[in-house]
Design a protein around this ligand. Structure first.
Ligand code: SAH
Length: 230
């Protein structure tokens, strides 16, 4: 089994690399991939760089070039659902590109012909995540994650995304990774820990909490790996 573990920023995969300790570094398509053997299972770890395009490239590379058959994403997000506080974990039940807009032609937001508004995550991984959360005594929220190519720091924009898609959190990579994995029949799991609440203070909150939230998510994802391979 070869599992991809992906983040968008260095801080999102550093805690995983530190835990693993030894790995082989490979450069491919303007990115660095860290390959290792972990408890008898192959892992390929990488951060994509921020946004839908870079995350698409990395997810595709991990599956098509490196041969990964499952993909776990670990990172941070802006919370929309008021029940989500800084450091809380949310797993995507389904994902949507909130900035995909050809509505002038009569299509719904997030839709292009041939695609679908929402992409659903792998149910088996969500079940495993629930078990992990129980074992760790952590609360894990399930919900809709909305993805777009902007850092949202405005309550009006956040509220519009919430209303339109019934979204619980937003970030910049999840839905693009979901599109890739769905198209390539690769089970995937998108986990985020909240770094901010996507309003006026979001950039300050992000700077303060991104690293600690990234660690919370990374630690949870490594427990997922342990469960998947046991
Ligand atoms: N400070 C960084 C940029 C961070 S962009 C730099 O200067 O390089 C925000 C990253 O965290 C993205 O990868 C995105 O997925 C996630 N994220 C966290 N909060 C977000 C928000 N409010 N809006 C959009 N993405 C958010």
């Amino acid at each position: 089994m070869k599992i991809a573990i992906m983040g968008a920023m260095p801080e999102e995969i550093t805690p995983i690399l530190e835990r693993i300790g030894e790995y082989k570094t490979t450069k491919y398509a303007n990115n660095i991939y860290y390959e290792t053997s972990y408890k008898g299972c192959e892992l390929v770890i990488a951060y994509s760089k921020i946004g839908k395009v870079f995350s698409t490239l990395t997810a595709t590379s991990m599956i098509e070039h490196f041969g990964c058959t499952k993909l776990l994403f670990s990172g941070v997000a802006g919370g929309i659902n008021p029940s989500l506080k800084i450091g809380d974990l949310i797993v995507a039940k389904k994902l949507v590109q909130h900035d995909l807009d050809i509505t002038v032609f009569g299509h719904p937001m997030g839709f292009v012909p041939g695609g679908s508004v929402f992409i659903e995550s792998d149910k088996e991984f969500i079940d495993i995540a629930k078990d992990v959360a129980k074992e760790l005594g952590k609360t894990l929220q399930e919900g809709v994650i909305a993805t777009g190519d902007q850092f949202v720091h405005d309550s009006k924009v956040k509220d519009a995304i919430a209303t339109h898609f019934n979204a619980d959190a937003l970030e910049m990579e999840g839905a693009s990774v979901a599109v890739v994995c769905n198209a390539l029949n690769t089970p995937f799991f998108i986990l985020r820990a909240i770094s901010d609440t996507a309003d006026t203070d979001a950039s300050f909150s992000f700077d303060e909490f991104m690293e600690s939230s990234a660690i919370i998510s990374a630690e949870f994802v490594m427990k997922m790996v342990d469960k998947i391979i046991e």
